[in-house]
Design a protein around this ligand. Structure first.
Ligand code: BGC
Length: 759
């Protein structure tokens, strides 16, 4: 490869080294290469590497600049993102490696958040599979497809713990539990990065949004986060840390403040914790315009906040033009040092080196791969299987589900016939017109055995403006007919059917970024439609599309069967049919507590006890509400199956444990119903007495087991002191002697309990 030789020899030939010499990454060859390269770079070119400008395609936040090609030639760009298409990426890379002075390749990023063109379920849904192998596989396929199309860096996994369904980005994470979140973070990093980033089918991951982005006050996106250190360490940090331990190549800063300082300019977070304590050795990129947003946070002007970010340990500026625009001046004025710039530049060059971009800048630009490895039948088949694992059966009175492929089935609702809403939020690379609508899925699933009737029945909601805001990015779907006309048509269709399947809930952009909601019920027009359908007296199955937990009190009382289908990705329609028609039994379990009322939020299972716990509702002078009890409508870990699982007695093999000992908890689980199915057996532990107040229970283990009808299996969990550790008031990771409760069950509420003592 000509370019490679030209480039590497130019870099290696130089021996004069400057003050930017490496402190030693452990890879002598890489250090030498980068020392040599940095020796040739001007200050302006070094700062150029820290710049991740907008491509001109997607513009949000405080984005300004464009004319990217010129900047690339001038060595003022380190990478680009969300540019799609192998040919276009190759063209842009060519400008960097042929027309810029030092031929330094660009890094191409993208929000490959839950798949590429083969789209997997949204992350919240994926987490409900509790299937680490499947989640890893989804990331591996996403990496393979993205890398075939020119992308070598993904802004995923998103691991922000969230306890508040108002926040629209609950859809992008793995729910409320740090133990599960950490396991998923590990699986995703492994899936994207594989064993070796040199492999051209793997890509660099970027764990985000560091940190605590999932805990904004009032669930309003970008809002203030205010939290104790003990809560950060015990409830929120584990998944980020797990990603770092799994070798994640990059970290994205979050928009919010942490301890009053925006994450992007927070030295405690980006250096003391991330690098010094956790040993992170990759690079930190800001979130979109996050440096400029520090001006509105009240941290100073663009020059000041840029210097603050760099000194805090942030390496790459996404879109704000803060680094490229002001760092030289700050250096002249002594606000930063050249060493600060060198450090950041080196980290970005190291990432490019690790990805193999210096050896071959076109490594990810293989047109043949792009033709053959994207949206393949194999990838789609896997996506379909995985999607089916993510649906959660919330209710199934009278075993209405699964449906038989016979008679007349009325498919009604605003999400029944849309392709654009199948992939879900943050599916940048999706090609929605290649995906099936649910209606098409139903027709294919029943063939000639049943008749599928269809009516849209209602718009998403009555308010046109709200609907427009919730269907951005080419997903408009508003029907111009009156609500009455649409409902009348639906009722006529319903009257002719044996069973009604309602397909409604949220559109894709009703959750996701900047999609916080203050009302969490099914949108008004749809609830009215559902109530009208109920009056027909026909059996109803509700398929609830959503990127969060919906408040469904009326539905829970009145609709016999509810299947939470989230956004299942490109294969969602077929996957939903697999479950609805009983080819597969649902096995998803909630990873986020569904509230009964917005007023209960934040709501999460692993809360502390109060000094006045409410044993029953309502109790005066206990911790409860006058107008709703404290329980979620559907708890963490909950999800039904077409079969039933019976749990035998929970047994511990000892009642005391030494500091270096272990205890085994075991339980026999029997598939006592008629369907072969999968159960997620969950282990929770409560530390009854501690130096700080400890949660009423915490997930500490889980196992997915598939059992044939009638089959039993003994499931064992090993409990070690390591599993009992928490961060105490001094933020030391300790386990304290005393009594512990062990709880095992099929969800966080229905558990059997045993106790042991740690000596
Ligand atoms: C989001 C990030 C995303 C970035 C780049 C931001 O608005 O918060 O999650 O990775 O844009 O698209």
């Amino acid at each position: 490869m000509k370019i490679k030789n030209l480039f590497i020899s130019a870099a290696v030939a130089l021996t004069a080294l400057t003050a930017c010499q490496s402190s030693g990454s452990g890879d002598a060859e890489m250090d030498k290469f980068i020392d040599d390269l940095m020796g040739q770079m001007t200050l302006h070119e070094k700062i150029g590497q820290l710049n991740l400008p907008v491509t001109g395609e997607i513009v949000t936040g405080q984005a300004k600049s464009s004319d990217v090609a010129e900047k690339i030639k001038n060595g003022e760009v380190g990478g680009l993102f969300n540019l799609k298409g192998v040919e276009r990426i190759r063209d842009v890379q060519r400008v960097a490696v042929e027309e810029s002075r030092l031929h330094i390749p660009l890094i191409f990023g993208m929000d490959v958040v839950h798949g590429y063109e083969t789209v997997f379920p949204i992350p919240l849904a994926l987490s409900c599979s509790w299937d680490m192998a499947a989640i890893e596989k989804s990331a591996e396929i996403a990496a393979c497809e993205a890398s075939a199309d020119g992308i070598c860096w993904t802004f995923s996994p998103m691991v922000d713990i969230c306890r508040d369904q108002r926040w629209g980005r609950v859809s992008e994470g793995s729910g409320e539990d740090p133990f599960l979140g950490a396991a998923i973070a590990r699986a995703m990093v492994k899936g994207y990065q594989g064993e070796n980033l040199q492999d051209s089918t793997t890509i660099m991951a970027c764990v985000k949004h560091f940190a605590l982005y999932g805990a904004p006050e009032a669930g309003r996106d970008y809002n203030t986060v205010d939290m104790s250190r003990v809560s950060m360490f015990n409830g929120y940090f584990e998944p980020y840390k797990a990603a770092v331990e799994a070798g994640v190549g990059s970290v994205m800063s979050s928009f919010n403040v942490v301890d009053g300082v925006p994450a992007t300019g927070n030295k405690w977070l980006m250096t003391d914790l991330l690098r010094d304590l956790w040993g992170f050795d990759g690079f930190v990129v800001t979130d979109y315009t996050a440096i400029a947003e520090m001006i509105d946070h009240g941290m100073g002007d663009l020059q000041e906040v840029s210097a603050l970010a760099l000194k805090a340990g942030t390496d790459m500026d996404m879109v704000a033009d803060g680094f490229i625009g002001t760092l030289e001046k700050s250096l002249e004025e002594g606000k930063i040092t050249e060493e600060d710039i060198n450090k950041a530049c080196r980290r970005i060059l190291e990432a490019k080196y690790k990805l193999g971009l210096f050896a071959d800048p076109y490594k990810y630009c293989n047109v043949e791969r792009a033709k053959n490895e994207i949206f393949t039948p194999e990838n789609r088949a896997i996506a379909r299987d995985i999607a089916a694992e993510t649906f959660v059966l919330l209710k199934n009175e009278g075993n209405i589900l699964p449906l038989k492929r016979k008679g007349r089935i009325a498919l009604i609702g605003p999400l029944a016939d849309t392709q654009a809403n199948m992939p879900g939020t943050w599916s940048v690379a999706a090609v929605a017109d290649r995906y099936k609508s649910l209606l098409k899925g139903f027709q294919d699933a029943v063939g000639n055995n049943a008749e599928i009737l269809y009516a849209k029945g209602s718009n998403l909601c009555y308010d046109e403006t709200l609907e427009a805001n919730a269907t951005m990015f080419g997903r408009e779907m508003r029907d111009k007919r009156s609500a009455e006309a649409m409902r009348a048509e639906a009722l006529q269709v319903a009257m002719r059917a044996d069973v009604i399947v309602f397909a409604g809930g949220e559109s894709s952009e009703f959750s996701g970024e900047c999609s916080s909601r203050a009302y969490l019920e099914l949108p008004d027009a749809q609830l009215d439609l559902l109530k009208a359908l109920k009056k027909t007296g026909k059996p109803i199955v509700m398929l609830n599309f959503a990127g969060r937990g919906t408040v469904m009190n009326w539905e829970n009382e009145n609709i016999p069967a509810i299947l939470q289908v989230w956004f299942g990705g490109s294969e969602a329609a077929d996957a939903i049919c697999d479950v609805v028609f009983g080819d597969k039994s649902p096995s998803g379990k909630l990873t986020t507590s569904f509230p009964k009322a917005v007023g209960q939020l934040p709501l999460y299972y692993n809360h502390l006890n109060t000094g006045r716990p409410a044993e029953k509702w309502f109790s005066k002078f206990r911790s409860n509400y006058l107008d709703v009890d404290n329980d979620p409508l559907y708890p963490f870990g909950y999800g039904l199956s077409y079969t039933t699982f019976t749990y035998g007695e929970l047994a511990l093999d000892a009642t005391t444990m030494d500091q270096n000992g272990k205890i085994t908890a075991s339980v026999t689980v029997t598939n006592s119903g008629k369907y072969d199915a999968t159960e997620v057996v969950q282990l929770y532990i409560r530390d009854l007495v501690g130096s700080i107040s400890r949660p009423v229970k915490e997930l500490k283990g889980f196992e997915r087991i598939s059992l044939k009808a009638g089959e039993s299996r003994n499931v064992q969990f090993e409990i070690t002191p390591e599993l009992l550790k928490f961060y105490n008031a001094e933020l030391k990771h300790v386990c304290e002697p005393g009594e512990f409760q062990v709880m095992v069950g099929g969800d966080s509420k229905n558990v059997q309990t045993a106790t042991f003592t740690l000596n």
